[in-house]
Design a protein around this ligand. Structure first.
Ligand code: FPP
Length: 247
């Protein structure tokens, strides 16, 4: 079913990225352009989340990671944070059944213990309901920051060394990767950022060392299935060298 779907979209399944990460930016600008409240932009953004999750699963993407709430987002006005949390809860409630039926496993990265109790509960329920699924892993980055993630890994390693469970010589990139939230997830091969900003914004700093980056000017609420497929097609044409020379 998966390869059929990617062939239908005119994509070569062998050239698809296994892991796509997305910085979903531009909800606020979308709303401002229409003289609407920023929350309206996030509401439309949540619809795009549904579309991209569905399309990714249909095409055969194995891992999809979405930057839904950064550590910096806690500095936004209280009302906007609360609206984002409500949207997240609504998304989890409305998509739970679909995730179960479509063999999607829900995963999170970030300081999720900082989230409100009702959101944590909804996350726990969705994770529990989808835990055995292996069709696609949907990771929501929530209260996530790349530097905080690296600091957390360093802290855990320091503890291990202090307690004599690890030798400093063992601290290699491979071992460090095991201390990241993403220990069980391969590095993303493609990072998409909407709304035209050429920034990484503290997202997956460790994991994107060799990731292909695609920036589109489209605002997240206006991002379409067709544009997503075009980006995947473009990815298939890029030559990935990982610092080597290809003959
Ligand atoms: C950026 O828009 C987006 C966010 C801060 C978070 C992304 C949230 C959603 C897509 C909605 C809900 C999420 C889920 C998972 C249901 P921005 O406000 O930074 O836009 P701007 O840069 O134009 O102001």
């Amino acid at each position: 079913m998966k390869s059929d779907a990617s062939e239908n979209a005119g994509l070569d399944p062998s050239k698809l990225p296994a892991h796509v990460a997305v910085i979903m930016d531009g909800n606020g600008r979308w709303a401002k352009k229409r003289m609407l409240n920023r929350v309206k932009g996030h509401e439309r953004g949540a619809d795009t989340v549904r579309l991209v999750v569905r399309t990714s699963r249909e095409i055969g993407i194995r891992y999809l990671t979405l930057y839904a709430f950064s550590t910096e987002n806690w500095q936004r006005p209280e009302a906007e944070i609360s609206a984002l949390m409500t949207l997240l809860k609504r998304f989890l409630a409305s998509e739970k059944q679909e995730m179960v039926e479509n063999n999607i496993r829900l995963n999170t990265i970030g300081e999720t213990d900082r989230l409100p109790a009702d959101v944590r509960k909804a996350l726990a329920q969705s994770k529990e309901a989808t835990g055995a699924n292996d069709g696609m892993c949907l990771t929501l980055a929530l209260s996530y920051g790349g530097r905080a993630e690296i600091a957390r890994a360093a802290r855990e390693i320091a503890e291990a060394v202090k307690e004599g469970r690890m030798d400093p010589q063992e601290v290699t990139p491979q071992r460090l990767a095991e201390y990241m939230y993403t220990a069980q997830v391969p590095d993303p091969e493609l990072l998409i950022r909407t709304s035209g900003e050429f920034r990484v914004s503290n997202f997956l700093l460790w994991q994107i060392a060799y990731t292909e980056i695609f920036v589109t000017p489209t605002l997240w609420p206006e991002f379409t299935r067709d544009e997503y497929i075009e980006i995947l097609r473009d990815f298939g044409k890029r030559e990935r060298r990982f610092g080597r020379i290809m003959s």
